[in-house]
Design a protein around this ligand. Structure first.
Ligand SMILES: [Zn+2]
Length: 267
């Protein structure tokens, strides 16, 4: 069974075929390419069109929210493509605050609505300033409404508290873990991981960011996902095969089941 890479960004200038082949040789056979604005969502769609095992998500990263206050229609337009299996990324980033909070919340709400209308899961990004939980709290209240309306989602690159993980899991959330799990100082993330049942864990690299140990300092790549799998398994006290099977099954459950539902309502 192949590992499912549930979150990476394909950078301009990279060769899609080489990227896909190097990932597959490392045992990473399913690739979900994430968009964060119009250009990268179109690029993600193109990446997905080149292989049967590649998919994409169309969305607006909280950093870019302020640019799309007038019109987010490209997201629903791209989501018509059969390979689009999620809306995202979307969410709140109060660490950088590249877009003001009001714009971030406005776009986040609209994208959650779009995900509901389209019957697709949402890929969520949440980041706070160190020691704060405002972004998680604001996101949590929006997500509880979304989940109450039947929406399903993953909080990618989970870095919140154990208590927050428990609230999100209570809404049916999946939590995405990446190279941060291999960082010596990330004890809080490993605690959250311990509180996350195996049937809610998704694996991701978040390429080109967050390169896992022992490759820190190098350019990240989906081919490094086995190192994250290893760290997650060690932290959970589970075998690597168990975590591999569970996380791949989880990804198919979250992304494929929703897509099937979407197709049946549009046929
Ligand atoms: Zn991302």
């Amino acid at each position: 069974m192949f590992i499912f890479e549930t979150h990476f960004h394909f950078e301009p200038g990279w060769d899609a075929e080489t990227y896909r082949r190097e990932s597959e040789e490392a045992g990473v056979g399913h690739l979900l390419c994430i968009g964060g604005d119009y250009e990268t969502s179109v690029a993600a769609k193109k990446f997905a069109s080149q292989s049967v095992n590649a998919f994409f998500a169309a969305g607006i990263h909280p950093h870019d929210s302020a640019k799309y206050l007038e019109d987010i229609s490209f997201v629903a337009e791209l989501a018509k493509d059969i390979k689009c299996v999620a809306i995202g990324e979307m969410g709140l980033d109060y660490y950088y605050e590249h877009s003001d909070r009001k714009s971030q919340i406005f776009i986040f709400e609209q994208l959650l609505d779009a995900a509901l209308c389209l019957g697709l899961p949402a890929v969520i990004h949440i980041r706070d300033k160190d020691g704060c939980e405002n972004a998680y709290h604001d996101a949590c209240s929006l997500l509880s409404g979304f989940a109450g309306d039947g929406g399903c989602f993953v909080v990618h690159s989970y870095t919140g508290t154990v208590a927050m993980a428990e609230s999100l899991l209570g809404m049916g959330a999946y939590l995405g873990y990446n190279g941060i799990v291999t960082f010596p100082r990330a004890a809080n993330v490993r605690s959250a991981l311990e509180a996350t049942p195996a049937d809610r864990i998704l694996l991701e690299t978040d390429t080109p960011y967050l390169t896992p140990a022992p490759f820190r300092g190098k350019q990240n790549h989906s081919k490094y996902l086995p190192y994250i799998l290893s760290a997650v398994a060690a932290s959970k006290g589970l075998g690597e095969e168990v975590v591999k099977e569970a996380s791949t099954r989880n990804a198919f459950r979250l992304f494929k089941k929703c897509r099937t539902k979407y197709q049946s309502t549009h046929n």
